[in-house]
Design a protein around this ligand. Structure first.
Ligand code: G6P
Ligand code: MG
Length: 221
């Protein structure tokens, strides 16, 4: 395979927003009297807003109607938006900018594939919107990872065949989505957690164009 397009998940790959999601969910869980830990929060990575709420309600064994669920999801999002509105470019994860700039220098099309409806706000806030040729996010695609929809949309917007794309993902559901899209997947995080990915790095600071070229030679899709 020869990589012709790169697609990045946002939360947990380019920027550490997981702690803001945690703080906002924790605030809601506290309000509802549900015990919610950082370990529980792992299960929410890559999962849509409403499905995340379902998991928390399940933990608390709480049954509520649809209307109230929407109300709680909105409440959580308002808190989350408040937290991310104070983010700075210093919160971009180490190595991300350097790697992206290296890819751009050789003209590789770059896209975002994220479930988050807050994607445009985060990209603006940390000042990296202009580095991407396409953004496929939760505003554009409603199916949730592990459905491949968001990555297929990103490839389509980039004008690159799915089989020629590589995805960078930190969530188990996201790795599955990339594989379901027929794409090469590089996990960003712990190898034992992301064992389905073709390769795993601990962060984008371990990536380079040279390493990508080595990976693409080894991968069998
Ligand atoms: C990403 C995050 C999830 C989050 C989802 C939806 O996948 O990893 O934790 O729930 O986006 O984000 P949103 O900003 O739309 O609530
Ligand atoms: Mg993620």
């Amino acid at each position: 395979m020869r990589v012709a397009g790169c697609i990045f998940d946002l939360d947990g790959v380019l920027v550490d927003t997981a702690r803001y999601h945690f703080l906002a969910w924790k605030r809601l869980a506290d309000k509802l009297g549900i015990g919610f830990t950082e370990e529980d929060n792992e299960r929410l990575k890559g999962v849509s807003r409403i499905d995340s709420l379902e998991i928390i309600l399940q933990i608390g064994k709480l049954n509520i109607d649809k209307e109230l669920k929407l109300e709680y999801a909105t409440l959580k999002n308002n808190w989350y938006v408040e937290y991310i509105s104070r983010m700075t470019p210093a919160e971009i994860l180490p190595g991300s900018l350097e790697f992206i700039k290296e890819l751009r220098a050789v003209g590789l099309p770059l896209g975002i594939g994220s479930a988050s409806k807050n994607t445009p706000a985060i990209l603006e806030r940390i000042g990296i919107s202009n580095l991407f040729d396409a953004v496929a996010d939760g505003n554009l695609v409603s199916t949730a990872k592990p459905d491949p929809g968001v990555f297929l949309k990103a490839a389509e917007l980039l004008g690159v065949n799915a089989a020629d794309c590589v995805v960078f993902e930190d969530a188990i559901a996201g790795v599955k989505a990339a594989l379901n899209a027929g794409m090469m997947c590089i996990g960003v995080g712990e190898a034992k957690v992301l064992s389905d990915a073709h390769f795993v790095v601990r962060g984008l600071n371990e990536m380079s164009l040279e390493r990508l070229r080595i990976f693409e030679k080894e991968v069998r899709l």
